[in-house]
Design a protein around this ligand. Structure first.
Ligand SMILES: Nc1ncnc2c1ncn2[C@@H]1O[C@H](COP(=O)(O)OP(=O)(O)OP(=O)(O)O)[C@@H](O)[C@H]1O
Ligand SMILES: [Mg+2]
Length: 350
């Protein structure tokens, strides 16, 4: 039953599940809450996120993915299991599942992801590279011989790739993305105003006030935090101009990495990229002025995908229908032992 096939974007910030027909069917933060007294996972996704800063000390909030790497296998397993069962509750129809995994994932980590997906009741599991999924999700025909370049800026990592004829020709990844921008903004506010702000405030500043290119845009936000002088609550107005330097410092690192990828790209493909431009995907690419900044640094047109946050999940779902045409960046990872049609589907998570 094709409509049951799903694509999972296993992201540092959020886990998004899509089907080719329905588009995005689930989007939840990659967060879980553990009762440390019993070791049980008591909530995942939005429910767990709502507990941040409100839960008693025996409840630990866990973000199992960091900087594009799986840090906590057990929580990753729980999230996959619960979310897949939420989307595919039927015990009769076992879906084919494509998973877009972080670029820096190791063999052991991807085996653990495959195991989790299979134990959630999948019929078969496929692993997809993030830039390949991002390009597919943005509607690019990556089977064509003309090269295209994708920069996917997520929460934990930025993945850059030049793709041609269904596969990656050149690629690079760096742990500079949305979370790093949040950290550098928090650091800049602390340096300039002597106020420690939390990660949620830093992210709000990034979305509402920060800008990467010096444009006419100017915004201001009053932030609340703790004064470093006396450790008491403090308020401060933060302006766009306060954040140019720290934000540009990180954007420059992304530009340098993309420059390196372009430099090592064969000349014909580099010329294609020069003509078609660079596609930006991932939530981190929504940072105001980032596309213009990268275009200025790389001397190539840079355009933001239509739905940057969901591109990867949509492309991962789409990869299931064209797997054979993808020369790299897509592989059947179904363990042999699970290939039998008689392999039992485990009980859904209750
Ligand atoms: N409007 C916005 N402006 C700037 N950043 C934004 C905006 N909206 C979302 N983001 C950032 O996008 C990031 C999340 O993007 P995304 O969901 O693509 O990451 P992910 O896929 O979970 O991470 P990764 O691919 O690194 O594993 C967060 O850092 C978030 O703050
Ligand atoms: Mg991502």
């Amino acid at each position: 039953m094709k409509q049951q096939d799903i694509g999972i974007d296993l992201g540092t910030s959020s886990i998004i599940i899509a089907t080719q027909k329905q588009g995005v069917v689930l989007c939840q933060p990659s967060v879980g809450a553990v009762d440390t007294r019993s070791g049980t996972v008591i909530a995942v996704g939005e429910k767990a996120l709502r507990m941040v800063g409100r839960a008693p000390s025996y409840i630990e909030i866990v973000r199992p993915l960091r900087d594009g790497v799986i840090q906590d296998h057990r929580m990753t397993h729980e999230l996959i299991l619960r979310f897949v069962n939420e989307v595919c509750p039927s015990r009769l129809i076992r879906p084919r599942v494509a998973v877009c995994v972080p670029a820096a994932i190791t063999g052991v980590e991807s085996d653990a992801v495959v195991e989790s997906v299979m134990s959630a009741g999948a019929r078969s599991v496929y692993l997809v590279d993030e830039p390949v999924a991002a390009a597919l999700g943005a509607g690019i025909d990556i089977r064509a011989p003309g090269g295209c370049m994708v920069i996917d800026i997520g929460g934990g990592s930025t993945d850059i790739a030049v793709i041609s004829m269904g596969g990656r020709v050149r690629a690079a990844s760096l742990p500079v993305a949305g979370n790093a921008f949040d950290n550098c903004i928090a650091h800049a506010v602390q340096e300039k105003y002597g106020i420690a702000i939390g990660p949620v405030t830093a992210e709000t500043l990034k979305k509402q006030v920060a800008c990467c290119a010096r444009t006419e845009f100017e915004a201001v936000l009053e932030v609340k935090g703790h004064s470093w002088a006396n450790n008491l609550p403090a308020r401060q107005l933060v302006y766009t101009r306060d954040l140019y330097a720290p934000v540009q410092e990180l954007a420059a690192r992304i530009a340098a990495c993309a420059h390196g990828v372009l430099e090592s790209t064969p000349p014909e493909l580099a010329a294609d990229v020069g003509r078609s431009g660079i596609l930006l995907t991932g939530g981190g690419s929504l940072l105001r002025g980032l596309a213009a900044y990268l275009a200025g640094e790389l001397h190539v047109d840079v355009r933001l995908a239509a739905d940057p946050l969901n591109c990867v999940a949509r492309g991962t779902a789409a990869s299931l229908t064209m797997g054979r045409q993808l020369t790299a960046g897509f592989r059947d990872a179904t363990p042999k032992v699970w290939r039998s049609a008689l392999a039992p589907r485990p009980e859904p998570f209750s």
